[in-house]
Design a protein around this ligand. Structure first.
Ligand code: GTS
Length: 214
């Protein structure tokens, strides 16, 4: 298997944590994509992922799978423990729901803020980010507000349970964790009164896969 990504970036880290959780890091070769240089917006990369984002999983038969949720589900189904996407229909449903919320309310909103309300990854990539769109910066700021509301939502969730989707660590936790990493890059501070979210984040920093992703 190959993973096309860039080390240290939040969405790629979602998969690198999943690989470490599953003990699959040794089965993967990483192919670095130059995001600041907009390599992912060129035809060669768009042929493997038309949305122009990383990470992308490439299987040995040449199939490409993009979207962290899909990649994590593929990896999770390769073997048993730990299971990141749920075992029972109920667990699977709840994890998928919380995972989607973690994307739409947090990590994707932060991406919108970072790429539209700030200089993002620099001028080469910014040229691909609809520079002529008049309301772009305002939309980006609204995405920042949405992400802060998302932090408050996950804080409320974590006041009542140890993990984002309930009693066990799952891919939804990985997405919220990387949402907070992305928030750090984008200089969007977690509100100080989100004490449950802050404590959960501090607790998960000791997890081996988070300390040492693939
Ligand atoms: N929903 C996608 C997924 O789950 O894979 C999001 C992927 C994504 O946005 N990746 C970012 C990217 O490729 C990388 S990261 O910096 O957010 O971690 N961004 C490139 C761009 O031009 O926006």
């Amino acid at each position: 298997m190959k993973i096309h990504d860039i080390p240290g970036f939040p969405n790629p880290l979602r998969i690198r944590i999943a690989l470490a959780e599953k003990g699959l890091a040794g089965q993967v070769t990483f192919v670095k994509v130059d995001l600041p240089g907009a390599e992912h917006k060129q035809d060669t990369f768009l042929a493997i992922n038309p949305t122009g984002t990383v990470p992308v999983l490439e299987l040995d038969d040449g199939l490409h799978i993009s979207e962290c949720t899909a990649i994590t589900e593929y990896l999770d189904n390769l073997d048993g423990d730990p299971i990141l996407t749920g075992r029972t229909p109920r667990e699977k449903g709840v994890i998928h729901m919380m995972q989607k919320r973690a994307e739409s309310e947090l990590i994707d909103a932060i991406g919108g803020y970072f790429h539209h309300a700030t200089p993002g990854l620099g001028p080469v990539l910014q040229a691909y980010k609809n520079p002529d769109w008049a309301g772009r910066e305002e939309w980006g700021r609204q995405q920042g507000d949405k992400a802060i509301a998302g932090m408050r939502y996950f804080d409320r969730v974590l006041r009542g349970q140890p993990y984002v989707a309930g009693e066990a660590f799952s891919m939804a936790d990985i997405t919220v964790l990387e949402g907070l990493v992305f928030a750090g890059y984008a200089q969007l501070a977690v509100p100080e009164d989100c004490t449950a979210l802050i404590a959960w984040n501090a607790r998960l920093q000791d997890r081996p896969s988070v300390k040492n992703p693939a």
